[in-house]
Design a protein around this ligand. Sequence first.
Ligand code: MN
Length: 246
Amino acid sequence: MIDFHCHLDLYQDAKALLPLVAKRNQFTLSVTTSPRAWIIASRLFSGYGNIKVALGLHPEVAAQKSSELPLLLSSIPKAMFVGEIGIDGSSVYKDLFSIQESIFKQTLMECERMGGRILSIHSRNAVRSVLNLIERYCIYNIPVLHWFTGTAKEAKYALELGCWFSVGPAMISGSKGRTLLNELPINRILPETDGPFASYCSKTLMPWDAFKIIDSLAESHGMTKEEIHGELEKNLFTILTDMKTS
Ligand code: MN
């Protein structure tokens, strides 16, 4: 089992969950919402080699935590993975768009300057703006668009820019998300849950639930479940190897 985007530190009793996740999952990427949370989670999760903690500044809190931007930027040399970062263009955050964009841009630039990082990126209602920045600042960075909600045309543009997509059960529980799967080549997809903030069949997703996407992927890509499973594992290997060689 792989979960390429969850918030392990935000589950109730995260500490008790850790050994279970480490045992059930081959690989888990726990993204954080602020650089301070990254410091705490990195300390708490150390000792679990297959659970990685990504350094983040979630766009929903980026404005109120903008004072943590220098800490974020100065921590990038120590972080292999950066997320959750990005822009949220939903109407509630409308006034904060330019500050979110500025933080996202500076983060991309610094990751790029450090030789590139694997990025877990939020782009809700801001796909165009996010992709425009990816186009400019992701030569070495490896962008993974988490819970992508763009159009087929935007997905195509993202693929041209070298983006990956982390796809979860919640994303494909609606027909729009399922239809979008047809646009995404299997070799650019990674599983995610976005737990504990996402649910499926009215149950909070756990980090070992990401493979609930396999049935839909088998259907959209005309492959067997076993083949999809193998492809997803291969993708994990590819993205981790790409990072080491870039
Ligand atoms: Mn998230």
